[in-house]
Design a protein around this ligand. Structure first.
Ligand code: ARG
Length: 469
């Protein structure tokens, strides 16, 4: 077992099982780039403040860059005995450059070091997620635009309610993703605060310059309280919460896609490349991807609950409990990124069964509200109009026909106010086009949404470009 970097006050070496239990290197090795970048900035500051010599600084920076190459080339031996990424890298550095390496940790604790690594990492991740959100938004807008003339039944209570444009339905998801984007931008901002210099918890006696480190690492702010700097995990909770909401959005979309590609609906067909078959039933083409995304949403929500529970009642400042922030978070990040990426493909690859959607509208009573509105426009009070329309629907059901199949004489038996123009009024195209209120489903309103969505994507791209990190 290698000698611990903190071994001075200990008589015995760590028990082997405990050693493995408390290590985090198995999962925190993904922070290696951030750890090296943070250490280089720290060494530069230490030299500028004359806490270490220029010669030490040069050796440290060179050594760390070599270690970066070793790790990227897969030539680095991560050791469980060295607990975590910080000590694995520091100990390799010392192996390479001797005493200069042992000076790097001046004025620093692993508590503020791990906080720094995680802040750097979450800035990068939040931007990766922001870009993936834009890609999916773009797929939704483009699919909406291509299918502008497709009419489908809109649902409430999963019962056909009123005809809508299919693009209107897709754009609802665009709006959800826009809010997801804004939340993820907030995650970037809360990650963009520099914790280094907090030391273990109370600051340091050495004459450090936190501003210099923050500038080199392009942080917009510096934590103003050292206790908060080492124990804050809000930015991770915010990420997990934003990620959970996005996963919930994707799982709602998944549920719809799964329904839509069932034989009962047959509104869409997924690309063969995105489905799998059954090992037993030759006819099956299963929507595995939406099902998996729906299933994985539970995992991400679980990670949010886990971290909330870990942090709940935790006294200040650093406690080892906080090492538990990583595994669930990393899994949530991987799950979210993967889900967003596959969803873009699902949306772009699906075939729209326009005729089936239209048939579902025609063979239904989703134009009954339009009949009632027609009567209102003829001066009949809405409550009476509602009653008359209900009776007409009842009449059709008993005759096994739809409203459009009634003759004008049939209509007139229920209300003398009904004229020949009723047939146009209850035509699904009219139903859709006359819902021209702001944000409604008419093609004018949907075009406004499409135009806005394109502008939103441009402004989202701008806000990413402005993030300098
Ligand atoms: N591996 C630790 C973590 O992820 C680093 C900080 C450890 N600090 C300590 N005093 N043991 O939280």
């Amino acid at each position: 077992m290698s000698k611990k970097l903190w071994g001075g006050r200990f008589e015995k070496s760590t028990d082997e099982t405990i050693n493995e239990f408390q290590a985090s290197i198995q999962f925190d090795q993904r922070l290696y780039r951030e750890d090296i970048r943070g250490s280089i900035a720290h060494a530069n500051m230490l030299a500028a403040q004359k806490i270490i010599s220029e010669e030490d600084r040069q050796k440290i920076v060179e050594g760390l860059n070599e270690i970066l190459e070793e790790i990227e080339a897969g030539k680095f031996d991560f050791s469980i005995d060295l607990e975590d990424i910080h000590m694995n890298i520091e100990s390799r550095l010392t192996e390479k450059i001797g005493d200069s390496g042992r000076r790097l940790h001046s004025a620093r604790s692993r508590n503020d070091q791990v906080a720094l690594d995680m802040h750097l990492y979450m800035r990068r991740i939040s931007v990766e997620v922001l870009n993936l959100l834009i890609d999916l938004q773009r797929a939704l807008v483009e699919t909406a635009e291509k299918n502008r003339d497709v009419i489908m039944p809109g649902y409430t209570h999963l019962q056909r309610a009123q005809p809508i444009l299919f693009s209107h339905h897709l754009l609802a998801y665009f709006s959800m993703l826009k809010r997801d984007f804004d939340r993820m931008l907030g995650v970037f901002d809360r990650s963009d605060i520099m914790p280094l210099g907090a030391g273990a918890l109370a600051g340091t006696t050495l004459p450090i310059d936190r501003k210099k480190v923050a500038d080199e690492l392009k942080f917009s702010e510096i934590y103003s309280n050292s206790l908060d700097a080492v124990s804050d995990r809000d930015y991770l909770l915010e990420f997990l919460s934003a990620a959970s909401i996005t996963m919930i959005h994707l799982s709602r979309l998944s549920e719809e896609i799964i329904l839509w590609c069932s034989r009962e609906f047959s509104f869409i067909e997924l690309d063969d490349a995105h489905c799998t078959g059954s090992s037993m039933m030759p006819q099956k083409k299963n929507p595995d991807v939406p099902e998996l995304v729906r299933g994985k949403s539970g995992r991400v929500i679980g990670h949010l609950m886990a971290l909330l529970t870990t942090v709940k009642s935790l006294p200040l400042a650093y406690n080892k409990d906080l090492q538990e922030d990583k595994e669930g978070l990393f899994d949530a990040i991987d799950t979210l990124k993967f889900s967003l990426a596959v969803y873009e493909q699902i949306i772009r690859g699906m075939k729209i069964r326009k005729d089936n959607m239209r048939r579902a509208v025609d063979e239904d009573f989703s134009n009954a509200t339009d009949l009632a509105d027609y009567l209102v426009k003829k001066g009949i009070p809405f409550r009476d109009a509602h009653e008359i329309s209900g009776k007409l629907v009842h009449e059709c059901i008993s005759r096994g026909i739809y409203l459009k199949d009634l003759s004008l004489e049939d209509f007139k038996k229920f209300s003398a106010a009904i004229d020949q123009d009723i047939f146009e009024a209850i035509d699904p195209v009219t139903c859709v086009e006359s819902r021209n209120s702001l944000g409604g489903t008419s093609s004018i309103q949907v075009q406004i949404q499409i135009d806005n969505a394109k502008k939103i994507i441009e402004s989202e791209k701008d806000s990413i470009a402005q993030k300098n990190f």
